[in-house]
Design a protein around this ligand. Sequence first.
Ligand SMILES: NC(=O)C1=CN([C@@H]2O[C@H](COP(=O)(O)OP(=O)(O)OC[C@H]3O[C@@H](n4cnc5c(N)ncnc54)[C@H](O)[C@@H]3O)[C@@H](O)[C@H]2O)C=CC1
Ligand SMILES: O=C(O)[C@H]1O[C@H](OP(=O)(O)OP(=O)(O)OC[C@H]2O[C@@H](n3ccc(=O)[nH]c3=O)[C@H](O)[C@@H]2O)[C@H](O)[C@@H](O)[C@@H]1O
Length: 843
Amino acid sequence: MVIKKICCIGAGYVGGPTCSVMALKCPDITVTVVDKSKERIAQWNSDKLPIYENIVRNGNIKIGNLSFEEVEKFKYLGATVTNINDTREEIKHRINMGNACYYSVEKLLSSSLLSKNLKVRIYKTVILPIVLYGCETWTLTLREEHRLRVFENKVHRKIFGAKRDEVTGEWRKLHNAELHSLCSSPDIIRNIKSRRLRWAGHVARMGESRNAYGVLVGRPERKRPLGRPRRRWEDNIKMDLREMGYDDRDWINLAHDRDQWLAYVRAEMNLRPGLDEVVRECRGRNLFFSTDIETAIKEADLIFISVNTPTKTFGNGKGRAADLKYVDGAARMIAEVATGDKIVVEKSTVPVRAAESILNILRANNKPGVSYQILSNPEFLAEGTAIDDLLKADRVLIGGEDTPEGQAAIEKLCWVYEHWISRSNIITTNTWSSELSKLAANAFLAQRISSINSLSAVCEATGADISEVARAVGLDSRIGSKFLQASVGFGGSCFQKDILNLVYICECLNLPEVAAYWQQVIDMNEYQKSRFSAKVIESLFNTVSDKQITILGFAFKKDTGDTRESPAIHVATTLLDEGAKLHIYDPKLQAYRNLNSCWTVTLREEHRLRVFENKVLRKIFGAKRDEVTGEWRKLHNTELHALYSSPDIIRNIKSRRLRWAGYVARMGESRNAYRVLVGRPEGKRPVRRPSHRWEDNIKMDLREVGYDDREWINLAQDRDQWRAYMRAAMNLRVEPSQIVDDLTHPNVTEEPEKVKSSITIHSDPYTATMGTHAIVLCTEWDEFMKLDYERIYKDMMKPAYIFDGRKILDHDRLIKIGFQVQTIGKRLARPLLTRAWGSPHQA
Ligand SMILES: NC(=O)C1=CN([C@@H]2O[C@H](COP(=O)(O)OP(=O)(O)OC[C@H]3O[C@@H](n4cnc5c(N)ncnc54)[C@H](O)[C@@H]3O)[C@@H](O)[C@H]2O)C=CC1
Ligand SMILES: O=C(O)[C@H]1O[C@H](OP(=O)(O)OP(=O)(O)OC[C@H]2O[C@@H](n3ccc(=O)[nH]c3=O)[C@H](O)[C@@H]2O)[C@H](O)[C@@H](O)[C@@H]1O
């Protein structure tokens, strides 16, 4: 049996990315990810994935005394330059030249005497330079990128030859995905982007005396013609930089630092695809997201269980043991619907010997003709770098039974991974070792953080600097430098839960000393979070009651939208308990909100309607006295929404639109309105993106409330169901609720209403810090390093405090601006305030 179909139960942080990479790298396998949550599947099937991871006009021209005739195009150093900087023609010409060269060496490329490596080298040294001549100045559009890729794929196809189809036995051309997995070097577009960046840096450093620089920074004087401006070369540069996480607009300054710029040029070449790109490439081809769990299980040869395994909140082992109810549920579902032989793979992190429980469930419900093999294949990816971790995994661990059937199942899973991971990096063990290794890996990683955090307290008490200690220790190759970054404490959905689980297992095995040893890793983390929160309160003269405090960053680490077990929750809760008013800003949680509203087509119209509504509401609720300046001011939009509890104007429109849509859908064919809805225009569609239709709006509104089936007209026939969707659309909150939910969860507070009234979520770091007494930085987002702290300082209450829980800010600069700065594991000189409070944490 070769694996043809894979099903993965659980479309979360593990299931989604893992299967996307599998689909990318295994074009011969169909991968279906199923989940019981309709909303999650709808997001995976939309453009907004549920996980965030982590580019001259008329008239003669006069220069000085010289007059130049305007021409439409001319050749300069062999490249065609046009008057409207249209590089399409030049790119076409270059591809033609490349083709001519390709045909002259075609025989070599298909020769059986030369190795594939040598042929690839011929392509890179003979053909590619001809195509890429002058590419540094190209402005690429998607169409041109496509043409260039088609050319490169043609050459690669010649080099790598045909493939015998496993099903039909016939020879066939290699698919693009197969070509990409055979070709390890960066593709032609990466090459162009990297060269373009190198040239851009060169031009930016040229200085004002040079023409090329003048063209770059100069702005044309005349009025811009109507219509969307065409993409400029500089836009390409900015887009390329943004792809690599540099979103500052002032790239010319960046280019002056040659080393930094070179790092970007190199990074461009090595940029791997993000989650969005991988999903976009595979979805609908061999990657599917669905809620039809039964069919996917029935059809699959191999089933991954990637469901969540949270800490138990009840019964035996409450607060420590892993809750296996979702794993159980998935196993029962498999037992119920499976037909034929299945390999069931535990991807979720589970306690040791969990495979046994799964097997018991499957065997107890055994049906004739069905047999199972259970494998353990834990996942080691980290959020935010999932695709990279999956593509370049240090190791893949597969545990199975030491029986011929068990070994055969291991071989089959190895075969899947061997599509992109070398065999030497695939380790096979017995099932229990594999399960324990996952818990052990997380425990070791968390232990390092707790170890360095424990020493950060010693540093603060002695004057040592934890960064220097970490560096000195980490340079010992036996220790290594990773995971030695002192912080406000580790968070995330796994470290704490997995170590608690390990502790519980040890207790059950009557190994109390081992249990106590690992428990200490968690205790140290709790101590670190409490110590940091206490430092904030103490520094603010031991009271934060009614003080405004800004929390910068709420995710448990940068580059993720996940807030599970985030240390920010601990810090925020402690401050709220002490009566503080919190203003919270997190770039990612904000971005989610922006994307949310992008789902609605006519953003401009929505904006106009909201502006109108806000004007009326402002009149109704009047002005507000500013707490800082004491002056009367207009209410901000967020304040208006907090005061106005009914659904806003857009919700109203969406709900009414759905009501009408249901009505039309039920009209029947005799009515014109119905015919307009279902009819399709006959003529050819004009070339350009089709404008959004009313029906698209309806579909989007439905998707927002979790209905992703395309057959909405059928749904509308059921009046009750339709009404339920209409109501849902009316009550959908657009505001991000994740932070509020985290802080009002019953485990966190007994007074959710009080908490809600004490927190404000901001969409901008500057409004979040306005009039605040202190800033507490909880997540190490890059954006926080680039904020305008002079501006922030001006708008804050004095003395202005910053507590850097991630050690990422330039403390000397902040102190110069006037801030009182506190961080982890280091005493900072505080020139303005010399008063001592008798605390060892105070400098
Ligand atoms: N988040 C991470 O970075 C990593 C997580 N893990 C482990 O992987 C497992 C999954 O973690 P995440 O993906 O973060 O969880 P998640 O909570 O993001 O996703 C789990 C998904 O499973 C679905 N689900 C639960 N029971 C189901 C059922 N019976 N049928 C269909 N769908 C069902 C849920 O609706 C949810 O969408 C956990 O055991 C975790 O410890 C392992 C490595 C990394
Ligand atoms: O089993 C899991 O779920 C995963 O858990 C972690 O991945 P993740 O939790 O996504 O994130 P990490 O990068 O490990 O960070 C965890 C926490 O530790 C903190 N941290 C990390 C490193 C460090 O030096 N200091 C530090 O405080 C981070 O800020 C974050 O709050 C592991 O790194 C993954 O290998 C593992 O697969």
